[in-house]
Design a binder for this molecule. Sequence first.
Ligand SMILES: NC(=O)c1ccc[n+]([C@@H]2O[C@H](COP(=O)([O-])OP(=O)(O)OC[C@H]3O[C@@H](n4cnc5c(N)ncnc54)[C@H](O)[C@@H]3O)[C@@H](O)[C@H]2O)c1
Length: 254
Amino acid sequence: MNLFELNGRVALVTGAAGGIGAAIAEGLVDAGAKCVLADLSKENCEATLSRLRGKNGDVRAVSLDVRDRSSCEAAVMEAVSAFGGLDILVNCAGTNTRMRPEEYPESLWEEIIDTNLKGTFLMCQAAFAPLRSSGKGKIINVGSILSLAANEVTGPYAASKGGVVQLSKSLACSWAEQNITVNTILPGWIDTPLSRQARIDIPGHAERVVDTTPLRRWGEPADLIGSAVFLSSHASDFITGISLVVDGGVTAHV
Ligand SMILES: NC(=O)c1ccc[n+]([C@@H]2O[C@H](COP(=O)([O-])OP(=O)(O)OC[C@H]3O[C@@H](n4cnc5c(N)ncnc54)[C@H](O)[C@@H]3O)[C@@H](O)[C@H]2O)c1
């Protein structure tokens, strides 16, 4: 048995239009999975979709707003009706706006918590029934090194990502009986549209990241593929409720 192959498995990846989600979707397809790419607008997934089709990937795209329960249910239904079931859910949709806590408008708090934390929960709920039917369901949630530590301008984001870790542990306990594993990946500084904004907002940030990362570079979205394939595959069948840090050593350094 190849521990890491995903032949015939069906995956749904949220936030798959670009950045980390697109890379993870590509990694799952390369490992043999059929994949639904879900993002705010399915048109935004077009570039990833055609790249994966070019590799003979069995893929399709769906519009999804993870803040909306019926949208989550529709995306899961799309995967089930297109591919006959669902085995892997990767919750990668996320957002952030950096601001000091005394300045945060309530509406922004809601947007960040609803996308990152409530959205993860709604997707897990929507996917529960087909993952249970799969008999070997795998959920991979995406936290952050800001699930573990924080800085001055990340109140709601750090709260949401800390919540994702605890939510994942709780779901891991709840759904072990159904043989659904629930794990979290915690990326460090990865070069994507989301983190590019931080480089613009915070002078000297890009250089500071390299200086404080033991492996001395920014991560690339593709750096997350190994952990996502691992946690989707037989190689991780006895692993649930863990958080896997993929950060070039940032959180190991004092
Ligand atoms: N880039 C980093 O350094 C970093 C570090 C730690 C964690 N993360 C996390 O990784 C995940 C992916 O982020 P990224 O860096 O690739 O950023 P990104 O902005 O490239 O990707 C996020 C995707 O989520 C989608 N999205 C946002 N709100 C949504 C909603 N309501 N419904 C559906 N889709 C929605 C966006 O359209 C976008 O395509 C996020 O959860 C982010 O918090 C990123």
